[in-house]
Design a protein around this ligand. Sequence first.
Ligand code: CA
Length: 233
Amino acid sequence: MDEDKKNILIIEDEQSIAELERDYLEISGFSVDIASDGDTGLQKALEGDYALIILDLMLPGKDGFQVCKEVREMKDIPIIIVSARKDDIDKIRGLGLGADDYVTKPFSASEMVARVKAHMARYARLVGSGREESGVIEIHGLKIDPSARRVFVNGEERTFTTKEFDLLYFLASHPNHVYTKAELFKEIWKMDSVGDIATVTVHIKKIREKIEMDSAKPQYIETIWGVGYRFKV
Ligand code: CA
């Protein structure tokens, strides 16, 4: 990603809202594209070079749920979901579609800009310093070196079993993507999940004990209730 060029895509069918967001973001130094339906928005999101997407849920054409899912399959960039209905926000959380933030309408444009900046800064830290050519991931004091298979927390090495390491590295390599336990089991244990997904829970618990300050309030691996886990950035 070119860090100088911070393009934001707004997918929003209410023109007045889209323009208000655009004006505030442009004043803050971003360049902004607007798509007013889901299909155009998805196409732009997949083809364009955007640093962040602001996505309305109720859209003509493909709705925001579908757009979020399809973008997330291809890209890690932050997605801020906007909705008029609190219910929809709960629904999208429940679906684990991998949105980074949720804003209910009406919202203040300056608050939106603040959230945009916060998410872009987090993402830039991840892709800028976080991923080196060696595949080393370094984020918030956690360093994972895949070639040496070593993990450091604030410079202190922690010992990992093979599967714990594979699971942590897999999650950290796909930040913000929510995986079900079955998907993780299949990915790491290379077998179809047949009731053995409790293994995933056990491994997540062990990983948290090693990397989290407080494993009851995890800052790296978040539990998405009823869905699975994601590595937060
Ligand atoms: Ca709408």
